[in-house]
Design a protein around this ligand. Structure first.
Ligand SMILES: Nc1ncnc2c1ncn2[C@@H]1O[C@H](COP(=O)(O)OP(=O)(O)O)[C@@H](O)[C@H]1O
Ligand SMILES: [Mg+2]
Length: 484
């Protein structure tokens, strides 16, 4: 059988019987221990598909690499598994919904998931949308079989690059917009465009992944809002149960993803923008971009949906209309080439104390932090761990009251296969880690508020609902008996 010539985990091929540990992924059946969360490599589904390693795990589904034993091709298979409503039985791999409302939500979401797969299957010929080849029920849930595309997500691609030029960004997003125009024609929305759902194939095609209709239809019922919307990329109407969603919703997320590529920054959360809009234009951030392109981008990022560019077609046209755009961008590129490498610090003046302090205050509970000089405590802590290094991580210009990070600590030397050393600047990765940390803290906080809201609503509901809530709540709660 085919699996003898493949690593069961990563599907790397060999001429004879496969020998473990795998030379490519280091996996071996003896050392593998199943956590129970995922299907084990080697599991056969639908009598035809052999499950391989995990490719991704989101709030609503688990994606595996797989091998089609009949066609003998690699596939990606997505399993419907909304973690707020269901769990896996570790002995027989069956997914079962929690009791009460969760059961109905699970079934409703499952039907939407399969319906979405069927709709996506209609776009099989479209270059810009990952092909869905089959759907089936199994293990108490549903599965979507996709072509396996070799490549990486835009999010992964951006790690280490931090930013792309305006021209590169536009080139990359043109096929994304082509695909979305097609999808919108069929009355479907993507609802989750962001760099992690844009896939850059090794053969240079760009494809959309992960259409979020199951996620959306369960949105109103999910405990944590952050499972449903992606902060920074989702427009404000996606935060509301009755928000007016339409093609303009995807327009916002495409523009937000382009903004992230061009500036290196994720736009502020749409709800924060409603309160006070601090979104800076790329040119305010010193980015080279033709005026017209910037106006189009900002119009697509309008907070209120009725003030926003209404269709992908109009948005895309706005860029096509830019006269002599190629000439202009070449000029920009030449300028870019002549200037210093990105992340060279020679001209960096440091961050202002007032800006850093304001940023600190904006973070959840940031206002509780005291007004300390920003260098002293961190430098002391650092010294405890690296007493002999003789370098402080935060440098301060006392006169100008500016701060910056010690450049030497951000340069990592890596020996390449050919023996030469490559100096890698980890600044953008550090920024990504900080952004992800802040996003996860914010998500936890949102989840907490959501739970509080549900508790407030429980007092009016029946006791079964309350028991259900307590049994399946993800938060750590303490119960108090009160006399009132
Ligand atoms: N068809 C595919 N081919 C190759 N890799 C895929 C494919 N579909 C998904 N992946 C990988 O799996 C990850 C998760 O898939 P995705 O559909 O975005 O689900 P979610 O974000 O809900 O976990 C993606 O980021 C990508 O790396
Ligand atoms: Mg995804």
């Amino acid at each position: 059988m085919a699996n003898h010539q493949h690593c069961i985990n990563c599907l790397q091929e060999s001429k004879g019987l496969y020998e473990y540990p795998c030379a490519s992924c280091n996996w071996s059946p003896e050392q593998y221990s199943n956590s129970g969360l995922y299907l084990s490599p080697g599991t056969i589904l639908h009598g035809q598909y052999q499950i391989g390693k995990l490719l991704g795990h989101g709030g609503f589904g688990i994606t595996y690499l797989a091998w089609d034993n009949l066609l003998e091709i690699k596939l990606a298979i997505k399993e419907y598994m909304p973690r707020d409503f269901a769990t896996r039985n570790s002995t027989n791999s069956e997914i079962s919904a929690f009791t009460g409302d969760a059961k109905a939500n699970f079934t409703y979401g499952l039907e939407r998931f399969l319906e979405e797969a069927r709709t996506l299957a209609k776009f099989q010929q479209h270059n810009g949308i990952v092909s869905v080849l089959n759907v089936f029920y199994g293990n108490g849930t549903g599965y979507m079989v996709m072509e396996y595309v070799d490549g990486l997500t835009l999010k992964e691609y951006l790690i280490g690059k931090h930013k792309l030029s305006w021209e590169q960004t536009l080139k990359l997003f043109m096929p994304v917009m082509d695909a979305l125009r097609e999808v919108h024609k069929y009355g479907m929305l993507h609802r989750d465009i962001s760099p992690d759902n844009i896939y850059l194939c090794r053969d240079n095609r760009v494809k959309l992944l992960d259409f979020g209709s199951a996620r959306y239809s369960l949105g109103g019922h999910s405990r944590s809002l952050s499972v449903v919307v992606k902060p920074g990329y989702a427009p404000e109407e996606q935060y509301r149960t009755k928000g007016n969603q339409g093609p303009w919703t995807d327009v916002y997320s495409v523009a937000a993803s382009m903004y992230r590529c061009i500036t290196g920054l994720v736009p502020p959360d749409a709800l924060d923008r409603l309160d006070e809009d601090e979104l800076k234009t790329p040119s305010m951030l010193g980015i080279n971009i033709p005026d017209k392109a910037e106006r189009e981008l900002m119009a697509a990022l309008a907070i209120k949906s009725n003030q926003r560019t209404q269709s992908i077609e109009a948005f895309q046209k706005g860029f096509l209309d830019i006269s002599d755009s190629v000439g202009k961008t070449k000029e920009y590129q030449d300028k870019e080439k002549s200037t210093e490498k990105p992340y060279s610090y020679s001209k960096y003046e440091g961050a202002k104390f007032s800006d850093l302090f304001r940023r600190q205050r904006e973070l959840p509970f940031g206002a509780k932090l005291q007004n300390h000089a920003l260098n002293a405590r961190l430098n002391d802590e650092f010294k405890k761990f690296y007493p002999t290094l003789g370098k402080q991580p935060i440098i301060r210009d006392v006169e100008k009251q500016r701060y910056w990070i010690q450049e030497d600590l951000l340069q990592v030397q890596i020996r390449q296969k050919n023996g030469t050393d490559f100096t890698y600047n980890i600044a953008p990765v550090v920024i990504n880690i900080i952004d992800a940390y802040v996003a996860s803290k914010k998500a936890a906080f949102d989840g907490f508020l959501d739970t509080c809201q549900q508790i407030a609503e429980l007092s009016g509901s029946n006791s079964k609902k309350a028991i259900d809530f307590i049994m399946h709540c993800n938060m750590k709660l303490r119960l108090y008996k009160t006399d009132t």
